[in-house]
Design a protein. Structure first.
Length: 268
């Protein structure tokens, strides 16, 4: 593989890593949104439950009102009938039914009274929740807008990287590009790795035979690691490390200071 083609693959991998990082940053916004919206969502859920319960109690209140009205009407008719009975047996039967309707009416009226108190408390709680919900929304919205703007910025960055990647890949060898994409896969694993100074794969650190190392450095074909399957590349040449100025100066000073420090030259 020539130097230019090797560099192209490594640059493409750098672009793909940046694209992957941008995607992960976008995904990281989801828990941030959840964290910001959690107080509002909790209040919204409680608000919905309270409203539903309030509606159910009002339906129950309506049912009790109809039942009470019906029993009062029945009670009135029984009282009228009691005044026109013709014998003791009929009087006893009407009186028994009358007492039963009275007890049932009292139970309904007591239940209705309790229910009205519950409805009153529910309405009060609903008002409190609506006020708390509105306040929470007011506090959350600015932070939510800020997160939306940040995510839009990262999304724009990702789109730019994708366009850059598409343009970059269009100039590459199609076969090498397909091989690279197949290795990297959807998981975004490493596809290109440099040889280490010891001649090992930079991904799995398996030792590469010397002959193969030479082919990687000087050959024109694409060579993959037998251990992990990544495309192997020669490491970029590094500049030799120069001695620091401080060390050189120190060595020079030590080299020049060979005489007796107390020796004084006197000119006659």
């Amino acid at each position: 593989m020539t130097e230019q083609r090797r560099t192209a693959l490594k640059e493409l991998q750098k672009l793909d890593i940046r694209i992957q990082e941008a995607r992960e940053r976008i995904q990281d916004f989801d828990p941030k949104f959840e964290e910001v919206e959690e107080p509002v969502l909790v209040l919204e859920s409680e608000l919905g439950t309270t409203r539903k319960r309030g509606q159910e109690m009002k339906l129950e209140e309506r049912r009790l009102e109809l039942s009470i009205a019906e029993k009062r009407d029945r009670l009135k008719k029984l009282e009228e009938r009691l005044g026109s009975v013709r014998n003791l047996r009929e009087e006893a039967a009407v009186s028994a039914e009358l007492e039963m309707v009275k007890r049932s009416l009292q139970n309904d009226e007591q239940e209705a009274y309790t229910l009205l108190d519950q409805i009153r408390k529910s309405d009060e709680r609903l008002g409190e929740l609506e006020a708390a919900f509105a306040e929470a929304r007011e506090l959350v919205e600015p932070r939510k807008e800020e997160l939306l703007a940040e995510r839009a910025g990262v999304q724009k960055e990702l789109e730019g990287l994708r366009e850059q990647r598409e343009g970059f890949a269009s100039d590459m060898d199609p076969l090498e590009l397909r091989t690279y994409d197949a290795i990297r896969g959807r998981g975004g694993r490493m596809a290109v790795a440099d040889l280490t100074v010891d001649g090992a794969c930079g991904n799995c650190f398996g030792v590469v035979p010397l002959q193969v190392q030479n082919e990687i450095r000087h050959g024109a074909t694409l060579i993959r690691c037998e251990g992990c399957g990544v495309i192997l590349s020669a490491a970029d040449p590094e500049a030799e490390t120069e001695p620091s100025g401080e060390s050189a100066e120190g060595e020079s000073s030590e080299a020049g200071n060979t005489g007796d420090p107390d020796e004084v030259l006197v000119e006659e």
